[in-house]
Design a protein around this ligand. Sequence first.
Ligand code: B3K
Ligand code: ZN
Length: 877
Amino acid sequence: MSEPKPTYLSDYRPPAYRATHTELTFDLKPDATRVKARLHLERHPEREAGAALELDGEQLVLKSIAIDGQPLEQDEYALTATGLIVHRVPERFLLDTEVEIAPQENTALEGLYLSNGMYCTQCEAEGFRRITYYLDRPDVMATFSTTVIGDATREPVLLSNGNPVERGELPSGRHFVTWEDPHPKPCYLFALVAGDLQKVEDSFTTMSGREVALQIWVEEENLDKTDHAMASLKRAMTWDEETYGREYDLDLFMIVAVNDFNMGAMENKGLNIFNSAAVLTHPHTATDAAFQRVEGIVAHEYFHNWSGNRVTCRDWFQLSLKEGFTVFRDQCFSADVNSAPVKRIEDVSFFRTAQFAEDAGPTAHPIRPDHYIEITNFYTLTIYEKGAEVVRMLRNLVGWEAFRRGSDLYFGRFDGQAVTIEDFVGCMAEASGLDLSQFMRWYSQAGTPEIDAHGEYDYANAEYHLTLRQRTPATPGQPEKKPLHIPLRMGLVGTKSGRDLPLTLNGDSLGSDAVIHLCEDEQTFIFTDVSEAPVPSLLRGFSAPVQLRFHYSREDLAFLMASDSDGFNRWDAGQRLAMLALDDLIAAHRNGVEKVMDPRVVEAFRALLERGGDDKAVLAEMLTLPSEAYIAEQQPLVDVDAIHAARTFVKQSLAVTLRDEFMALFEANRSDAPYAPEPEQIGQRSLKNVALNYLMAIEDEQGIESAQAQFRADHNMTDVRHALTLLTHSSRTDLADPALRAFGEKWAHDPLVMDQWFSIQVTRPQSDALDRVRYLMDHPAFSLKNPNRVRALVGTFANQNRVNFHRIDGEGYRLLADVVIELNRLNPEIAARLITPLTRWQRFDETRQDLMKGELERIRAEELSPNVYEVVEKALA
Ligand code: B3K
Ligand code: ZN
């Protein structure tokens, strides 16, 4: 294989020709599907006349080609490994091609493939070129008319985008359906599904009174798992009308669940295709977290109908234009329909763990990268989550009303077009009158900005001086960084009154909760008329995606935990306090010194337990220690064993001292009420289960009995899974084995539950975890061809079982590399994602560094897909 070549943003130019209408006919056969395409093509008005027509196409067997009905001679076109070139074409013409493809050989799950005997497609980003020769780029938008021909018995259901306009019988037991999609779209939004599916139907009346049929298509055994997705869809449709004034634009909206899918779901126009894990739920098979994930993803894909489909991306460098904005939209939706503070805590804690790590590693890239080898590698936390944080900052900078005006302007002005991030931010600037030019640097600079904050109270003058210094560390290809425009929400909490003090800055009174703007490398803000010594509450609500350092004393943090008016920062103060204690214990472990628990942390937890509070979900978050992954992110050098030992020690110390309080909390929050995935119940369950964590951390007898009883009661999957996890992760195999066996036998028929069964076992902290992974890889239910299973077993082990993955004998790394090498051939997209933990070798001790690099080099020696090649090259650069 020759070295794959990067694509550069600076090379963008419009295509020489564009398609205005596309007619497709699929004659489906597992090993030989015929695809006829008739493309209505014309020269792009901005491009010169006489250019050759260059179409993308991969793994296609060309059967015929004609222009305006005239078959082409061999010398009139050329076939390459990546496409088809027609040397001379008219200004405006019809191109007819016929190709053959083999869906059953397609294990990459891009293009047209078979999942459980069912045909389905995944075209974003560049999968359509595996279906037919085409201008496979998002700035070519055409209307589509698609005829699907299948076997009437094996594929009674034939779906594509838009509305069905014709159907009929054909000879030899075949039948067809023709679909028309009146909205011009890029081919990455094309979809086809064919198989033996059943539907659940409902309807929605839009704000202008149009009736839309809603359908969720599943395999028969899953018909009872669609209620929540349907309810979520209707909530999302209402929310987008009320919040953004956006109405749905076809008479039919379909969701299909498939078992083999690389991502969560895909927003194809009118025909969203979902990973079954992102749509199916039932109280007995899905946890609260899964219910909430389904709600968020259903909404996310639906919201793309405007932010992505009606207005799309000019090129793939603009991916965050649709993804960052749409994640922001789904985050706000979930916050509105659930507990807003908990949603923010969850999102930020995930962000600070996973996106910060990406930004600090060798694959760090800006929200808008300037080059890529394989775009599939750029569906990242930076493009999605950091992109969403940047849109959130924009909303906060311009205010909701101007943001909404800007969004109306954007959707109105660019409807039916493929545009850039400048177009979006430009609308926000126009609607608000603000200069956002410095703000644009957020899109081009990679890395997490670090803010060092220093504060001093001047008693004599009743002033508080806050100095902020920003610095963004160098990232690959970007040694120097410029200062960013960072909005910092803050308050000053009076140590006597325990209240937010009024803020006066340069004579302006800002209220008690204000946003200050850090735009220079260093700025000092002098607050006047500060009547008492305050503790600053900084970066409230995580107002910018930065790492903020401030030397808080433990007393200050305990004070903020109790008194900060901002719920998010109350939680964050608790995390910071726990981190200080953990740092000491990590050092003690490394130095072989006896570990001593900081009584201030115990007292802060006791106070939390005594105070209680209305929002049980928030309390559950506050009682949860930072994860091992987050702790690792905060260390200069990651010592996985010390982190694990320190965290376990804190958990056990808290459990020993506060044992009765945790037991009481557990008892007080048990409930027999019928399961509902509603915020209040979810909060109560998580609080109860957090209490059970602590009891099980010390293998308390009553705690064990409670966990076993909860497992046996079989009330709902949240409780069953939690109990099973605690039993499985305990040191006692007499607790783990029978429960695992019972669960595995009961759910052998349900792949989504079996994924959980795999994950629970491979996250065991005990030293047999790696052997279990190897053993489970030989389990008849394991398959490298199913991405969910690979993630559940191998991904979960490598990312969540830190002590065992990073075993000092390197066996964890070897196992991961073995899987990556095999998957590189089968499914490059999943293989490239799976490597991530190995790419972070710089963060570990020398022995582990060498072992990890050794495995990366072993992978590099293989014949690699561009996906894996790009990641490995960056990791070893
Ligand atoms: N837009 C899809 C991404 C699928 C790309 C896979 N290679 C999912 C989403 O963000 O909604
Ligand atoms: Zn998306």
